[in-house]
Design a protein around this ligand. Structure first.
Ligand SMILES: [Fe+2]
Length: 199
C-alpha cells in the first residue's frame, strides 16, 4: 500500500513568518482534525486534551507543543478510526509526523513526538500497572508497534536526549481520550507554539 503524506501544510509553512506558520498549522488541524481518533474523541479533541495535560503539569513550551502536535502524523497520513487498517498496519505516524515538523521545530519538540510510540513500549516494560491501564485499541496497536521493550532496547532508549519528555507525553497521550471533555481552544496555544518555531 502506498502511503500518502499530504504536503500542502509544509508547502504553506515554508518561507512564511512564524505567525503565519502557526496560523497555517492551526487552520489545518481545525480542518483535518475532525475525523475520529478512536471511538470517543476526534483527532483535534485528542490533541487539545493532551496539550491541556502538559500545561496542567507545567511542562516546557516545547513539550506542550509536542503534546499538541504529537499525532499530526495521523492527520497528514489521513489515518482515522473509519479506516479499518489504521490499527492493523503501522504507518509509523510518529516518525512521519516528527520528520514533517523537523524543518520548523527544534528536536526538543520533534523528539518526544518521534518517541511517543517507543515510549509506550518502554513504559510497558518498566511499569506493570501501565500496560493494564491502556485502552483496548492501544493494547492492540502495541503488538504492531513491536511489543514490550527488551532490556537492551530500554538502555538504548535512555541514551536519547529528551527521552523523559517522551515518557511524560506518552502518559498524557493515554489519558487524552475523554468523551466530551471541555478544553482550552486551539488558539490559546498560539504564542506557546510560535515561540518554539525555528526563526
Ligand atoms: Fe496520541
Amino acid at each position: 500500500m502506498e502511503n500518502y503524506v499530504d504536503q500542502s501544510l509544509a508547502e504553506e509553512m515554508m518561507g512564511a513568518t512564524t505567525r503565519q506558520q502557526v496560523d497555517a498549522l492551526f487552520e489545518y488541524m481545525e480542518r483535518r482534525g475532525q475525523s475520529f481518533y478512536d471511538e470517543v474523541v476526534t483527532q483535534l479533541e485528542h490533541a487539545l486534551q493532551c496539550a491541556a495535560l502538559a500545561k496542567q503539569h507545567e511542562a516546557n513550551p516545547t513539550l506542550i507543543t509536542g503534546a499538541l502536535l504529537h499525532d499530526l502524523g495521523h492527520i497528514i497520513l489521513d489515518e482515522h478510526n473509519a479506516d479499518k487498517a489504521f490499527l492493523d498496519i503501522d504507518l509509523n505516524h510518529e516518525e512521519i509526523g516528527a520528520q514533517y515538523l523537523a524543518p520548523f521545530f527544534p528536536e526538543s519538540v520533534t523528539t518526544p513526538i518521534r518517541l511517543h510510540v517507543p515510549a509506550k513500549r518502554y513504559l510497558c516494560a518498566t511499569d506493570t500497572s501501565y500496560h493494564e491501564g491502556l485502552s483496548d485499541a492501544s493494547k492492540k496497536s502495541l503488538i504492531v508497534q513491536g511489543g514490550v521493550m527488551s532490556g537492551a532496547e530500554r538502555e538504548a532508549f535512555e541514551q536519547i536526549p529528551h527521552f523523559q519528555d517522551a515518557l511524560a507525553l506518552r502518559r498524557w497521550d493515554d489519558l487524552a481520550k475523554v468523551r466530551g471533555l471541555e478544553t482550552a481552544a486551539l488558539e490559546s496555544y498560539h504564542d506557546i507554539v510560535q515561540q518554539c518555531l525555528i526563526q
